[in-house]
Design a protein around this ligand. Structure first.
Ligand code: NAG
Ligand code: NAG
Ligand code: NAG
Ligand code: NAG
Ligand code: NAG
Ligand code: NAG
Length: 274
């Protein structure tokens, strides 16, 4: 009898997901106050079938000297790439499209704060033209961060190519941020989710946790912070809650009253009596 061994080579898919989906988003210059048709959150609503200005699936900004849009991933994620879908008004892209010239010169940052300069510049366009800028931009940026920031500027002291529109805008219809889900990924091609539930990110090859989420510690992030400690790796000391057990393990805030003589969210401020 002859045994035939079939080796099935499975295409192992990435464990990456769109970690920006439905996360809090912000824009510096909204077109109008409380204008849901152009709200910053439209870029993370998962909808990109209608790329028009009026469709309610895109962000609309007021033209200005600088344009900033960001999404808060709500915790540090391992990011792989960012895909931007520009507003086209559902019309042909390129030289004839009204919007193309607003996007020339754009930048994409990943940061741990809302300040782009504190983060990593993933991409800065200095080369695209009305003919070459794609309507869907793919920015590969394998870094860890919490905020993805789209930025553009039209500074008065700089002279731009003629094709650049006079003002900067951030009219994007969707910004997808592909990265590891909250628990992270590891293995060949990052195809497996990290093993430890409370892990912020794990070793790319072995899956062992390299950094626990705030509030947890231990080899496999299995331990909550000891009483009186909180935050990243449980390294921060609680303030003066009435009882130390009322100190929140993640952010250190007190769920009850402060001990006599203290005030503030963390009960770290001295109360003075006159
Ligand atoms: C990793 O991804 C690359 C490109 O997508 C693919 O060619 C390769 O077969 C993958 N490797 C494994 C082990 O899945
Ligand atoms: C905008 O929304 C905020 C909060 O939802 C509200 O307080 C404010 O009155 C609204 N402004 C206008 C102009 O509708
Ligand atoms: C981002 O999200 C985190 C977690 O929800 C929150 O604590 C933080 O304040 C947010 N950042 C901003 C700038 O709103
Ligand atoms: C954000 O913080 C993490 C953990 O401290 C760090 O590894 C990463 O490099 C930081 N990202 C950026 C863009 O500064
Ligand atoms: C600039 O654009 C041209 C034309 O699209 C392209 O061939 C070239 O590789 C680009 N250079 C850089 C540095 O991106
Ligand atoms: C967390 O603390 C442990 C014990 O002090 C240390 O070995 C480890 O490197 C720390 N990890 C991080 C990400 O700070």
């Amino acid at each position: 009898m002859k045994w035939i061994l079939y080796i099935v080579l499975l295409e192992v898919s990435h464990c990456y997901v769109n970690v920006a989906l439905n996360k809090p988003a912000y824009q510096q210059n909204p077109f109008k106050p409380n204008y849901s048709t152009g709200d910053a959150s439209n870029a993370v609503d998962g909808q990109k079938s209608d790329l028009s200005r009026s469709g309610g699936q895109c962000v609309i900004s007021a033209g200005s000297v600088t344009a900033t849009w960001w999404v808060n991933l709500t915790s540090i994620h391992s990011i792989q790439k960012i895909i931007i879908y520009y507003m086209t008004d559902n019309k042909p892209w390129g030289t004839t499209n009204y919007y193309t010239g607003f996007f020339l010169g754009f930048s994409v940052y990943v940061s741990n704060s809302t300040y782009r300069q504190q983060g990593t510049l993933c991409y800065k366009d200095s080369n695209f033209t009305l003919e070459t800028i794609p309507a869907v931009v793919n920015v590969v940026c394998p870094v860890h961060g919490q905020y993805v920031i789209y930025y553009n500027e039209r500074l008065t002291e700089i002279s731009y190519p003629e094709s650049y529109k006079l003002y900067a805008e951030n009219n994007v219809c969707e910004i997808e941020v592909y990265g590891c889900p909250v628990t992270g990924c590891f293995g060949s091609n990052n195809s497996l989710p990290c093993l430890d539930v409370n892990c912020q990110y794990c070793h790319k090859e072995t899956g062992t946790c390299q950094m626990c989420k705030p509030g947890y510690k231990g080899q496999t992030c299995e331990l909550e912070c000891n009483t009186g400690k909180y935050g990243d790796n449980c390294t921060r000391s609680c303030g003066n809650c009435q009882s130390q057990s009322q100190c929140h393990k993640v952010d250190g805030s007190c769920s009850g009253e402060c001990a006599a003589g203290y005030k503030g969210r963390l009960c770290t401020d001295r109360k003075y009596y006159f």
